[in-house]
Design a protein around this ligand. Structure first.
Ligand SMILES: CC(C)(COP(=O)(O)OP(=O)(O)OC[C@H]1O[C@@H](n2cnc3c(N)ncnc32)[C@H](O)[C@@H]1OP(=O)(O)O)[C@@H](O)C(=O)NCCC(=O)NCCS
Length: 163
């Protein structure tokens, strides 16, 4: 069995030219049953917008994950984070989230928010980074078959913020 230590994870800032690998990861990472994924037009409309930054992660030199975040003044929202199913549990998600939080600190963000579908395994990643649940939104996600799923809101206060 391979471990995270056997693999090289690198993260870098990207722009709209990364849309093709980002959409490949998006389609593979999100089960359409839950309606969480964005389409290419939604991504293209947001990437490059004010306060938005895109991070792409590579695992052993191949695109494996991405994170899209938006900062407004001293608050930020993690809009999306995803890792290709074939690249999971090698530390790509944690490395991306670490880089997101670094980017937040560089932008003098004090508090980071995110919405996640109730029961999404990603919650284990967020709680490992000390995010706390701060709210619930009923029927926030609409799945492929029209079924509705609740979202939970999480937030993290950045203690090492320099402002
Ligand atoms: C959530 C997600 C980004 C995690 O990516 P990943 O690269 O597998 O995460 P990591 O390997 O860095 O995991 C770090 C830690 O998070 C926790 N974790 C991650 N995925 C987990 C899972 N499916 N079940 C339980 N814990 C999990 C574990 O504590 C893990 O550490 P460990 O592997 O040493 O036990 C990935 O599963 C994914 O893309 N999911 C689909 C997209 C999605 O739902 N995104 C969130 C909403 S935007």
């Amino acid at each position: 069995m391979s471990t995270a230590a056997d693999h090289a994870v690198t993260v870098f800032g990207a722009d709209a030219t990364a849309l093709v690998p980002v959409m490949e990861i998006m389609r593979a990472a999100f089960d359409p049953v839950y309606g969480e994924a964005w389409n290419a037009a939604q991504c293209a409309a947001v990437i490059g917008g004010p306060g938005i930054w895109l991070l792409v992660a590579e695992l052993d030199g191949r695109p494996a994950g991405f994170a899209l975040t938006r900062a407004v003044l001293d608050e930020a929202e993690l809009l999306l984070i995803a890792v290709h199913p074939e690249a999971r549990r090698h530390g790509v998600g944690a490395t991306l989230l670490d880089a997101v939080l670094d980017g937040c600190r560089q932008r003098s963000v004090n508090r980071v928010f995110l919405e996640v579908r109730a029961h999404n395994p990603a919650i284990a990643l967020y709680t490992a980074f000390n995010f706390s649940k701060v709210g619930e939104r009923c029927n926030y996600y609409r799945g492929a078959d029209g079924k509705l799923y609740d979202a939970h809101s999480y937030s993290l206060t950045l203690k090492n913020s320099e402002n």
